[in-house]
Design a binder for this molecule. Structure first.
Ligand SMILES: Cc1cc2nc3c(=O)[nH]c(=O)nc-3n(C[C@H](O)[C@H](O)[C@H](O)COP(=O)(O)OP(=O)(O)OC[C@H]3O[C@@H](n4cnc5c(N)ncnc54)[C@H](O)[C@@H]3O)c2cc1C
Length: 445
């Protein structure tokens, strides 16, 4: 189906490239240089399409609005066939910290952590503002629900070798996301009845567990607020539109937009232009939702941290826990719906792992399951890094429109989306791929 969204427009020159060519480790242009950056045809809007409203797409949209000059007339259309959080982002466990499962600091972990916390703050502020002004707005979720569900994550050591590795890695933790080694008694004070096989648990008190859908909805509202705030600018103005629409082909956007940023998660590979050309593998994950029946068993402590082990427990409330996740490689099942059979298989895998660390889970009842597909990137010497970059050569056409790709967020989309959304927005605004870290664009070679 051909997308005919707007009347044809004359070609619009792209934003001035960054004056500074960057060597291996790229430097981001200063905010000052971005804010003085001026589009030569300010009366004509610059049009960007962001495909996908998950962590990647909404982060890019936010940063495009945030980092474009106030003199720039910018129009952003976000497309998603299922609406906000319709893919993996909306069903994710919501666990956020800058470490690998062996608590090793991940690639550019400090910056990723900082940028993600910034976005979380922005989203929380929107919720607070709307809550205090609840007569004026209608939201799709209960305003009493908070974005951050729990603070703190526990990572128990499972054997002697594991303990050595964790102890070693934890020494390089960030001051802003500490890893404390605590003993069995201290761990039990946080979560009664937790199993501590080697009398040592690694506690990340600043790590968080969020409600991804609440977060994404709030981030979208923050984008709307930012666009609205700038809509009356005497120079340019910002416009933001959300379209619930399925995208069939990238070439349909040619002539309609100055840039298209593809943030379609695992489904990007279904587009004819990208099919088989991205270095990504699919991996379906099922998450089980468990609740403690009324008046039964021992509730999870009010401030008890979540747990990361062979299975993870993302605590939602004293009687509410998500247990994840399974790993089904090469799955082509993109549905978030989990059949009774798939749920039962997932529980057979997850419950023994969960009860090895929190035996009381046996008192909890299964109430539902959801699933999503991770787009898994290749393993590099820096770890499994997302894949970003210009993809014009994959799309047939005269390329008055620039095509960009932002995907492969793997199992760590929350951590990566803030920093990489910012870098992607800057690369798009300056029309300069060298602003992206070479580690993330080298997949194209
Ligand atoms: C079970 C599971 C648990 C996870 N837990 C965590 C966790 O605890 N912490 C963490 O950091 N990460 C977690 N992840 C990983 C995280 O969910 C992903 O890395 C992240 O969601 C990827 O974001 P994205 O924006 O790239 O893709 P998506 O969230 O999949 O967004 C893509 C969007 O594009 C839309 N779309 C796709 N195709 C089309 C089309 N043709 N037309 C229109 N729209 C389209 C989709 O509807 C979707 O909304 C988990 C993943 C899974 C599967």
């Amino acid at each position: 189906m051909k997308l005919l969204l707007l009347p044809p427009k004359p070609a619009v020159p792209s934003p001035r490239p960054s004056p500074r060519r960057l060597s291996r480790r790229r430097t981001i242009p200063s905010m000052a240089s971005l804010s003085t950056h001026h589009h030569p045809l300010a009366e004509r809007p610059l049009r960007y399409a962001v495909l996908g409203a998950g962590f990647a797409g909404l982060s890019v949209a936010w940063h495009l609005l945030r980092h474009s000059s106030e003199k720039l007339h910018l129009k952003i259309d976000i497309y998603d066939e299922s609406g906000i959080g319709g893919g993996a982002s909306g069903i994710a466990g919501g666990l956020l910290h800058p470490y690998s499962p062996k608590v090793r600091l991940l690639w550019r972990g400090a910056e990723c952590w900082k940028e993600c916390l910034k976005l979380l703050k922005i989203a929380e502020r929107v919720v607070d503002k709307r809550n205090s002004n609840y007569h004026n707005v209608q939201l799709d979720w209960n305003l009493c629900e908070s974005i951050i569900r729990r603070r703190g994550i526990l990572r128990p050591a499972m054997d002697a070798k594991h303990l050595d590795i964790l102890t070693n890695n934890a020494q390089n933790c960030l001051p802003s996301c500490k890893i404390e080694s605590i003993d069995k008694d201290a761990a039990e004070a946080l979560v009664p009845n937790i199993q501590v096989p080697f009398n040592s648990v690694f506690h990340m008190p600043e790590a968080v567990n969020i409600h991804p859908l609440c977060y994404l909805q709030a981030l979208f509202l923050a984008c709307q607020d930012l666009a609205e705030k700038n809509s009356t600018s005497s120079f340019g103005g910002k416009e933001l539109f959300m379209h619930k629409k399925s995208i069939d082909r990238l070439c349909d956007f040619e002539g309609e937009y100055d840039a298209v940023i593809v943030c379609l998660g695992a489904k990007a590979d279904l587009l004819p232009e990208l099919s088989g050309r991205l270095p990504l593998r699919t991996c379906r994950g099922v998450i089980a939702h468990l609740q403690l029946p009324d008046n039964a068993g021992e509730t999870y402590p009010d401030h008890g941290p979540s747990i990361l082990s062979d299975a993870w427990l993302a605590v939602q409330g004293p009687r509410d826990i998500l247990v994840g996740s399974t790993w089904e490689w090469k799955s082509r099942n993109y549905s978030s719906v989990v059949s009774a059979e798939e749920a039962s298989t997932a529980l057979e895998q997850l419950l023994p792992k969960a009860s090895a660390i929190y035996p009381k889970i046996k008192d909890w009842s299964f109430v539902g399951a959801k699933a999503g597909i991770r787009a898994m990137p290749p393993l590099t010497s820096f770890g499994s890094l997302p894949v970003l970059g210009r993809i014009d050569d994959l799309v047939v056409g005269n390329h008055s429109c620039k095509y960009w790709f932002f995907g492969g967020l793997g199992a760590r989309g929350l951590l990566y989306h803030g920093l990489l959304g910012k870098l992607m927005a800057q690369a798009v605004l300056f029309n300069d791929e060298t602003l992206l870290p070479v580690e993330l664009t080298s997949w194209k070679k």
